[in-house]
Design a protein around this ligand. Structure first.
Ligand code: PLP
Length: 451
């Protein structure tokens, strides 16, 4: 419509149904065509450069154009462009990556299974939990508890775990057997005069009540992001995870930590589990595992979980699960090189050194008339506008102000992402201090222009 005939924009509009996009708005406005990336910046087709303030989709931790990752991919592609891990086979980079991942994983993981995306990893985790409980002779223990505002992906099962209305609406989701408990968002959810500690206690009590209402013998697992990402960058109260884990232990409910965003340094520790003292039974990772240079994800599990699963594969004759690209050798080689770079850089230490610059910088806007809350930890943060600072009433319609902020930041050369009205920040971890300052300044300008 608004695009030059036969231009790349017009052709995109003509042929491409975009993920997470209002298709009618896209027809009218066309795409932002990003042509290249270098360091923490990307360049559009008009030559305008932007700081990628969300690391793409919370994933390109090492930024763009990393020569070592490019070389790792090229060398592996020349040596063995594809192989699989079905029926006892395996390419060497996958052996190395498995050893490395298990060595660095939070908690006490014993085995790793590969997939291609965070959604597939979480789907796989659910299937393995079901398989595990069947193997243990507990076929009734199958329900999975997630949380309101959680984000675990978009496949049928992982979208069911996701606790955001638009991931369910008109997709006929969630599927049977998925429940959602309350979201640990203190600023939004606390009752009058309730301390963070009391709020965390109430969240754990809500979870316990849900397990009791469902019947503990029917509840298999709880899944959670250490810090909720796409639901609005929600950092839980300090004692929340300890209290939740006490409840899960009491009712023999497995804990799956979704580290798809938090993993590999984002929170200032190597894993969000370390930041919050989480001892998971299973861990899912993706995104920064390969700095997003190629798709790869993984599900890790404690040895005890593996042992029951392994027994069952013997009984059935095989593990009836696996993707053509489970453990793709080129993705594995890139992931392995990514993890080496993280080690050399001490990526978590770098994130924790940079964190005050981002977090304190943004907290300067806490008093801004448009801002309800500034929150975050490590190198992930959010600024949430409100219509009424005193009552915390959100804007109506939700998302309009966030979209304006997002657009204004972009006009000033910073790409971020609005989650409804909340503006999220999650830059590549190779970002320089001055670039962090630029992001902070641009958000300030956008707030002033929007107020
Ligand atoms: N889990 C979390 C915490 C995520 O943030 C995401 C994606 O943003 C996913 C899972 C799904 O990952 P993917 O988009 O690779 O399927």
């Amino acid at each position: 419509m608004g695009q030059r005939p036969n231009s790349p924009a017009a052709r995109d509009v003509a042929y491409h149904l975009h993920p997470y996009t209002n298709a009618r708005k896209h027809e009218a406005e066309g795409p932002l065509i990003i042509e290249s990336g270098d360091g923490v910046t990307v360049t559009d087709d008009s030559g305008k450069r932007y700081i990628e303030g969300l690391a793409g989709l919370w994933c390109t931790s090492l930024g763009f154009g990393n020569e070592r990752l490019i070389r790792a991919a090229e060398q592996q592609m020349r040596r063995l462009a594809y192989y699989h891990s079905f029926a006892h086979k395996v390419p060497p980079p996958v052996i190395e990556l498995s050893e490395k991942l298990i060595a660095m994983a939070p908690g006490n993981m014993g085995k790793v299974f590969y997939a291609n995306s965070g959604s597939e990893a979480n789907d796989t985790a659910i299937k393995l939990v079901w398989y595990y409980n069947n193997a243990l002779g507990r076929p009734g223990k199958k329900k999975i508890i997630s949380r309101q505002r959680a984000y675990h992906g978009v496949t049928i099962a992982s979208a069911s775990l996701t606790g955001l209305p638009y991931n369910h609406a008109d997709f006929d989701l969630p599927i049977e057997g998925i429940r959602h408990t309350s979201c640990p968002h203190y600023w939004r959810g606390a009752q009058d005069g309730e301390s963070e500690e009391d709020f965390a206690t109430r969240m754990a009590a809500d979870l316990e009540q849900l397990i009791l209402d469902e019947g503990p013998e029917t509840v298999a697992a709880f899944i959670g992001e250490p810090v909720m990402g796409a639901g609005g960058v929600i950092t839980p109260p300090r004692t929340y995870w300890r209290k939740v884990q006490e409840v899960l232990k009491k009712y023999d409910v497995l804990l799956i930590a979704d580290e798809v965003i938090c993993g590999f340094g984002r929170t200032g520790d190597m894993f969000g589990c370390e930041t919050y003292g989480i001892e998971p039974d299973m861990v899912t990772v993706a995104k920064a595992l390969s700095s997003a240079y190629l798709p790869i994800s993984a599900v890790m599990m404690r040895d005890e979980v593996y042992q029951a699963i392994a027994d069952n594969t013997k009984k059935i004759g095989t593990l009836g699960h696996g993707f053509t690209y489970s453990g793709h050798p080129v993705s594995a080689a890139v992931a392995l090189e990514t993890l080496k770079i993280y080690d050399e850089m001490d990526i978590a230490a770098r994130a924790s050194e940079l964190a005050p610059r981002l977090q304190n910088g943004l907290r300067r806007y806490a008093d801004h008339p448009l801002v309800g809350e500034v929150r975050g930890i490590g190198m992930i943060a959010a600024v949430e506008p409100v219509a009424n600072k005193a009552t915390r009433a959100p804007f109506d319609p939700a998302g309009k102000v966030g979209a304006q902020l997002d657009q204004r930041c972009r006009a000033h050369g910073v790409i971020l992402r609005n989650l409804g009205d909340t503006l999220a920040v999650c830059p590549p971890l190779v970002i320089e201090e001055e670039q962090v300052d630029t992001i902070v300044e641009v958000i300030g300008k956008a707030l002033d222009e929007t107020w």
